[in-house]
Design a protein around this ligand. Structure first.
Ligand SMILES: [Zn+2]
Length: 452
């Protein structure tokens, strides 16, 4: 290269770098403008649809200043479409963060559009709604699939009579007395927190409150307030069984919803100023990760037989309950856990109009092994939240599979690397599961990212 062509090369390089940079900057600016519009729009819809906004901790300046008497659904839909068009353009970039933000917002806006329809009384089928709201349709299983699981339960449960009755008989030995709920939940959440802190560094100011409520269709709720603070509520309308203290307690707190919301707030909103993260729209793909992740997190915090051990050694004595049969009960619960896809079918039937409410109650009692009051509660939940139910079971399975696939890919890489023997990598699986899960909870992951 002679002196002249070298100078020319330098000039071109500098020019193209600055061009890319300015292109990057203009996309960044456009994304920031769109992220504020996205939040504003979500908060605007939330003025009408009371379940739309689950959490918001962003700037007050984005809160709506007016509320037209009639919900302007057509102009809202137009705004959603035009924002998605702009985001599509931005997503055609090689800049990883920009692409991720744009694609994440596109998916969230598809959910906005579907939820606006539902709010306005335009219903779709169960699968149509879940695809738009959460980015996916849950698999359907035939009745024979559930019957096989019930048969396997039949083999391990003592006594005679129907498998449903025998399960209830066993379960009824593990109901937490109401006056022991607080101590059992506090102790369980403290344990889940300790186990999470063994793996994650959380903001030092993080905190939560724990309260008890009635007259709700859900069993527990995390109201995230921002500034690393959650208000956790436990519904005491119906009897609470010992395993629910671990499942609901950990799901709402550590490493469940409280941790997920904090990691998003810290890593994306505070550190990167991604304003879109400060709004959590309940009916959106974010909930597929929130609910699936919160359920998967229970397995991480209490792996293997840890739930049995913790129940026997700590919370059953605290609740004043006899621990005889705990092992069998949790074995039966593991099978019942696989039956929870049957709840999707009850929801599918109710949403699609192919099942009446009494039929759904019967179905839930027969195939999900719910007692009467839990079945009625579940129907109330489905009537309010519709296809949301798939986030709990299908979400959990998809998150687990995602983590397993990442581990497999790491193992493969390690087996190909001479200085990193596969055995030493394998021995660290729990730590790696926590690490992959941390990544999942700290990034704008879409349902599609998990499925790929
Ligand atoms: Zn949840």
């Amino acid at each position: 290269m002679n002196r002249f062509s070298y100078l020319l090369y330098l000039l071109i390089s500098v020019f193209s770098i600055s061009c890319t940079e300015s292109n990057d900057n203009s996309k960044e600016n456009a994304l920031n403008v769109l992220s504020r519009k996205y939040v504003k729009l979500g908060l605007f819809i939330g003025q009408y649809d009371a379940d739309f906004v689950d959490a918001y901790y962003g700037p007050d300046s984005l809160k709506p200043k007016s509320k037209p008497a009639i919900f302007p659904k057509d102009s809202v839909q137009k705004e959603i479409a035009s924002m998605q068009e702009e985001l599509e353009q931005i997503s055609k970039t090689d800049t990883k963060d920009q692409k991720a933000r744009a694609q994440w917002m596109i998916g969230q806006l598809t959910a906005f559009s579907r939820r606006v329809k539902i709010y306005s009384g335009e219903f779709g089928t169960f699968d149509e709604e879940s695809k738009d709201l959460f980015g996916v349709a849950a698999p359907e299983y035939p009745v024979a699939h559930y019957q096989l699981l019930l048969d396997s339960l039949d083999l391990i449960l003592p006594g005679s009579g129907s498998v449903q009755d025998r399960f209830q008989l066993l379960a009824n030995r593990f109901i937490i007395p109401k006056n022991k709920l607080d101590t059992v939940f506090k102790t369980t959440i403290a344990e889940a927190r300790k186990r999470t802190l063994d793996h994650y560094k959380l903001p030092t100011e993080e905190k939560f409150t724990l309260g008890y409520v009635t007259d709700k269709s859900w069993s527990g709720y995390n109201w995230y307030k921002g500034n690393y603070t959650s208000e956790i509520q436990i519904n005491t309308d119906i009897q609470i069984f010992i395993e629910r203290a671990i499942d609901v307690g950990s799901h709402e707190s550590y490493p469940g919803h409280h941790v997920y919301n904090m990691l998003l707030e810290k890593n994306l909103y505070r550190d990167k100023n991604w304003v879109e993260i400060s709004l959590y729209p309940l009916f959106s793909p974010q909930s597929f990760i929130a609910e699936g992740g919160a359920n998967y997190g229970i397995e991480l915090a209490f792996p293997g037989d840890d739930k049995i051990r913790f129940s026997k050694e700590v919370i059953l004595p605290l609740a004043g309950l006899d621990s005889t049969g705990t092992g069998l009960y949790f074995k039966a619960l593991a099978i019942r856990g696989q039956l929870n896809y049957a709840r999707n079918e009850a929801a599918r039937g109710l949403v699609n109009g192919t099942m009446s409410e009494p039929q759904a109650v019967d179905w839930l009692k027969q195939y999900c092994l719910y007692n009467e009051e839990t079945a009625l509660k579940s129907v109330a939940f489905i009537k309010k939240y519709r296809s949301y139910v798939i986030n709990y079971n299908y979400g959990q399975d998809v998150v687990r599979k995602y983590v397993e696939n990442q581990i497999k890919a790491q193992n493969k890489k390690a087996s190909e690397t001479v200085d990193m023997p596969a055995e030493s990598v394998k021995s660290k699986i729990p730590q790696r599961q926590w690490k992959i899960f941390y990544h999942l909870l700290s990034n704008p992951i879409t349902t599609q990212d998990l499925l790929n």
